[in-house]
Design a protein around this ligand. Structure first.
Ligand code: PMP
Length: 377
């Protein structure tokens, strides 16, 4: 095309129609706000560990490419996370990248991804980007799993990939283990149990990774204080890993992350203590929200809580969200994401001071204002 062709026209001619119609993944501006929107761990590395870590990072050969399959890091993960000896491991630049790799590897013409709704948005986004079909089975109104509907959808669509977030984001619940086993039994393709929130749920399918032919257990360190380092991993039969490894960009996990994660895994007790504190805080915040008039809070096995503003006004939750922001607290407004999430908001659990600030801001932002706090209306 000649240089006189307008840029917009060139873009139309080159970029896929569906990509041009997409919106980029929204991340809220959080400057100056208490950040309770993305399920990050609020704790940093303890100061006494930072000096040693800095020395190790400074000694890295950043002029060299990273190891494509870092044996030391994989061994450390296997031992720290109880990954069975007979399972293979695939590392990703966050589990987001693993989800894309699976889609790319399985995107045969007509192939489908199946999940539940509402659930983590990247299952659908990755399927669409890879030009796979995507189907979602709605959860029940109380967010429980309709196993029969899921089994019917598996029979109808024969999905290449079935994603089950365990516990689910954004609803926080775990499905019955027997249901997940039934899904793995029935599915013709892979079943990915996404255990992003495992440190807060403690329950896991990891012992079955490498044992059940079509089971993949996927995790991330993002919720354990390493969201910025970007490391996701999955465990499955080595024969699957061999295939997916061909799709993985060769140097996808950088040297700084490899070193950082190996160091942190040597101090696994720090991660465990932080997760234990957040589990206690979650349970306390759950009780406090339950005592607030004006909201319904849902039980959660993650480091977040989903709650609904009791109101017939469909904009009530969005107004509460804005009210919280005015009080310098950022959470996530899910009220327009899915019909089952009408008037729902999600808050990430933090340390006591931030949770208290959230509760106070919420009390002041609820319809009826601060008087709603403590009342059982
Ligand atoms: N799975 C689930 C269920 C999630 O909620 C998230 C992040 N919100 C991810 C995967 C992706 O995590 P990351 O890319 O940071 O590893």
């Amino acid at each position: 095309m000649s240089a006189t062709v307008p840029l917009a026209e060139r873009i139309r001619a080159v970029v896929r129609d569906d990509v041009r119609a997409m919106k980029a993944y929204p991340v809220a501006q959080a400057e100056g706000l208490i950040k309770l929107d993305l399920m990050e761990n609020p704790f940093g590395l303890p100061p006494e560990l930072r000096g040693e870590l800095a020395r190790r990072l400074a000694a890295l050969e950043v002029n060299r490419y990273p190891a494509p399959r870092p044996a030391g890091l994989m061994a450390a993960l296997r031992s720290a996370m109880d990954i069975p000896q007979d399972a293979g491991i695939l590392l990703g630049n966050g589990s987001d990248e693993l989800i894309s790799i699976l889609a790319q590897a399985c995107a045969r013409p007509g192939a489908k991804v199946l999940s539940l709704a509402p659930s983590f948005v990247m299952y659908e986004a990755s399927a669409r980007l890879a030009q796979m079909g995507f189907e979602a089975v709605p959860l029940r109104a109380d967010f429980s799993l309709d196993l029969n509907a899921l089994l019917e959808a598996i029979a109808a669509h024969a999905p290449a990939l079935v994603y089950l977030a365990y516990p689910n984001n954004p609803t926080g619940n775990l499905y019955p283990r027997s249901a997940i086993e039934a899904v793995a039994d029935a599915a013709p393709g892979l079943v990915i149990v996404d255990e992003a929130y495992q440190p807060f749920a403690l329950d896991t399918f990891m012992p079955a990774a490498g044992r059940i032919d079509n089971l993949v257990v996927m995790r991330t360190l993002s919720k354990s204080g390493l969201a910025g380092a970007r490391l996701g991993y999955l465990a499955a039969k080595p024969e699957w890993i061999e295939q997916f490894d061909k799709v993985r960009p060769p140097f996808n996990v950088n040297v700084l992350t490899q070193c950082y994660v190996e160091f942190v895994l040597e101090h696994r007790d720090v991660l465990d203590r932080q997760a234990a504190l957040l589990r206690r805080e979650r349970d306390q915040l759950y009780r406090a929200l339950g005592e607030l008039g004006g909201v319904t809070v849902f039980p959660s096995a993650g480091n977040f809580l989903l709650f609904r503003i009791k109101s017939t006004d469909p904009d009530a939750a969005s107004r509460v969200f804005q009210g919280l922001k005015q009080h310098k607290v950022l959470i996530k407004d899910l009220s327009r994401v899915h019909p089952l999430l009408a008037n729902c908001l999600r808050v990430t659990v933090s340390f006591p001071e931030e949770n208290a600030a959230f509760l106070e801001a919420l009390g002041a932002s609820l319809p009826g204002g601060a008087e709603a706090v403590g009342s059982e209306s």
